[in-house]
Write a protein that binds this ligand. Structure first.
Ligand code: DX5
Ligand code: ZN
Length: 213
């Protein structure tokens, strides 16, 4: 299991140290939660922070765009991201979004909220490198993992197999060392964790546990 550290819950006053610490502790990916105050009822950070993070770490950087009409914003995050994820609920132009990401030589992810039918991914799933299954309603760190998520991960895995897609499955929201096994058994390849890592005393021990050895 790969582990992405979501910096939403880090100590921004010491961002550089926090990044070094989670990477040294074994984080495979740095996950950036970009929020617009519209698609989700919260604001986070934008392009300058992504640029700073990209320059500070050598591990992949994934940008999770929780924004309405992401098509205009994607190209601004592409230079600082190895993978850009947008939400299926947020755009009427998903093909255009995928094309922009792929034209830049980057990987594309599609995310879906807990209330969105997994089946709605069908037209896009062959063309994405990642499906990001939200296990909370997006907008805030520190929320509780939805019990319906393992079933939704299994359904996503079945759809990926049925279509012959090469997409991997990432799961985001409320992940901690007690529920990551459930998520792994359901077919996830990567967990994204914010509060479980940054509110823990021992990042390395927490990340090791999240990897479900
Ligand atoms: C939720 C974000 C998540 C979140 C994870 O809107 O997409 O990435 O920051 O934080 P935790 O692990 O605290 O749920
Ligand atoms: Zn996220």
């Amino acid at each position: 299991m790969k582990v992405a550290a979501s910096i939403l819950d880090c100590d921004f006053l010491h961002l550089s140290d926090q990044l070094s610490a989670v990477v040294a502790a074994g984080a495979d990916v740095i996950h950036l939660d970009v929020m617009d105050g519209h698609f989700v009822p919260n604001l986070s950070f934008g392009v300058p922070l992504a640029r700073a993070v990209r320059s500070a770490v050598s591990v992949p950087v994934h940008s999770h765009l929780m924004v309405t009409e992401p098509e205009w914003l994607i190209e601004k995050f592409l230079p600082y991201s190895d993978l850009v994820v947008f939400h299926i609920e947020a755009t009427e132009l998903p093909d255009q979004c995928l094309e922009t990401i792929h034209a830049a030589g980057k990987a594309a992810g599609i995310s879906l909220n807990p209330g969105t039918a997994v089946e709605s991914l069908k037209p896009l799933i062959a063309d994405v490198q990642e499906v990001l299954v939200m296990s909370v309603h997006p907008g805030f760190g520190g929320q509780e993992f939805s019990d319906e998520s393992p079933g939704r991960i299994r359904e996503t895995a079945r759809l990926i197999q049925k279509v012959g897609s090469k997409a991997t499955i990432a799961v985001d929201g409320g992940i901690n060392p007690s529920n990551c096994r459930l998520v792994a058994d359901a077919g996830a390849h990567m967990v994204i964790a914010g509060s479980a890592i940054f509110r823990s005393k021992d990042y390395a021990a927490t990340i090791k546990a999240l990897k479900c050895p």
